[in-house]
Write a protein that binds this ligand. Structure first.
Ligand code: DGI
Length: 141
């Protein structure tokens, strides 16, 4: 499997729970390198732009409200099959359906406050990485 990059976000609920380090440890233990990282308070415009594909969905306003409710930590993860590997670490969107031992099973409270975001395909990963790290200020090693 080829080396890939994926965009990951630790959402406001997980930042508020003080589990940034525990989530980073899971990435590292799975062989994913954190090659870019920053904490940010998203504006509504940034959150709406990021989730633009969901604009017409009934949960869009709640999703944006939640994403701007506190700081997030945004990172680019790099590694073999990073996109799927990160999705496996995250678990299902609804934490009630997430497999035991996944980030969402362990740290998320609801489908709204579900701890993490991860790109779901190579094309979206490219777009999402450029969205938050436009200067390509990543540090591969
Ligand atoms: O890639 P995911 O985050 O697992 O899921 P997604 O891209 O389908 O949806 C993005 C976010 O939107 C998800 O993390 C939480 C929210 N969401 C998705 N489906 C629902 C939802 N929120 C509510 N309330 N209800 C949904 O059915």
């Amino acid at each position: 499997m080829a080396t890939q990059r994926t965009l990951s976000i630790i959402k406001p609920d997980a930042v508020a729970k003080n589990v940034i380090g525990q989530i980073y440890t899971r990435f590292e233990n799975a062989g994913l390198k954190i090659i870019a990282s920053r904490m940010a308070q998203l504006s509504r415009a940034e959150a709406e732009g990021f989730y633009a594909v969901h604009r017409e969905r009934p949960f869009f306003k709640d999703l944006v409200d939640f994403m701007v409710s506190g700081p997030v930590v945004i990172q680019v993860l790099e590694g073999e099959g990073a996109i799927l590997k990160n999705r496996d670490l995250m678990g299902a969107t609804d934490p009630k359906k997430a497999e035991k031992g996944t980030i969402r099973a362990d740290f998320a409270d609801s489908i709204d406050a579900n701890a993490v975001h991860g790109s779901d395909a190579e094309e979206t990963a490219k777009v999402e990485i450029a969205y938050f790290f436009p200067a390509l200020n990543v540090y591969s090693r």
